[in-house]
Design a protein around this ligand. Structure first.
Ligand SMILES: Nc1ncnc2c1ncn2[C@@H]1O[C@H](COP(=O)(O)OP(=O)(O)OP(=O)(O)O)[C@@H](O)[C@H]1O
Length: 242
């Protein structure tokens, strides 16, 4: 059964190019909340600090919190994009990440080639991957751009393609940033039904959002982050009321 297990998870980003020692000193002298000096004397940003939680099958979890709270960093960590500095992370199940539209795409290949590669990666044979490319191509509305290298896509086109790929991949653990729910009205309307099916099919949804309407509509549990720490975790209404 799919699950997400996080124990004592800490993520830090070293800040290179700070240059002069006096600048480092000035930054650290402000006794900042999130910046500290590590064992190698580098200034690091503490993005996530000692997180502990477990998500089981059937849970729809919202990550909420103000700007810089750590929502996107947590999503990217769950997706395997960032390595924890310490702690343990286990994700069981096929992951679908709708976080950064360009992530996992080969920019030099066409949209169609990217779809076929994903299909092969998922273990489908060539013929099935190719027919999947037709299906995705039609749904994404990319038209003639399906056979053009992804590097020439607009941001909106990349979102359409990654969303369409995710719907066909049918992930068990769906990680999503709320702006994937945005997009132009026409696409949103067509995507809505697919998204509902995608979320329904996924055993676990983790959605980062600022929009409490979206959180209430899509999620059953909320984790509130503040300055990289969990300050509340429970049923959506209880966490929003706290
Ligand atoms: N690549 C990076 N290098 C250095 N610091 C980073 C990096 N990515 C994130 N951070 C820092 O980690 C912290 C958490 O950022 P994150 O983007 O996860 O927040 P967020 O909750 O998603 O914010 P927002 O709602 O504004 O998108 C912030 O202090 C940010 O400055």
């Amino acid at each position: 059964m799919p699950y997400v297990s996080v124990q004592n998870l800490t993520i830090e980003f070293p800040l290179y190019h700070l240059g002069a020692r006096s600048l480092k000193k000035r930054i650290l002298a402000r006794s900042p909340l999130r910046l500290r000096q590590d064992a190698s004397n580098r200034v690091v940003v503490s993005a996530l600090r000692e997180l502990d939680f477990r998500i089981g099958p059937g849970e729809r979890v919202a990550l909420i919190g103000g700007n810089g709270a750590g929502k996107t960093t947590l999503l990217r960590t769950l997706a395997g994009i960032y390595q924890p500095v310490s702690g343990r992370l286990e994700v069981q199940g096929l992951i679908g990440a709708l976080i950064d539209p360009a992530a996992g795409m080969d920019q030099e290949s066409t949209g169609r080639e990217n779809i076929i590669l994903r299909g092969l990666f998922r273990g489908l044979d060539e013929a099935t991957s190719e027919s999947m490319a037709e299906e995705i191509g039609a749904f994404s509305g990319l038209g003639e751009f399906l056979d053009v290298p992804v590097r020439s896509y607009s941001a909106g086109m990349q979102v359409r393609l990654s969303f369409a790929i995710a719907t066909v991949m049918e992930p068990e653990v769906l990680l999503m940033d709320e702006w994937f729910l945005a997009g132009d009205a026409d696409f949103r309307q067509r995507a809505r039904e697919k998204l509902e099916r995608l979320v329904e099919h996924a055993d676990i949804l983790v959605l980062a959002s600022h929009d409490m309407g979206v959180v209430r509509e899509w999620c059953t549990r909320a984790i509130r982050l503040e300055a990289g720490r969990i300050v509340a975790d429970g049923p959506v209404e209880a966490v929003l009321a706290a």
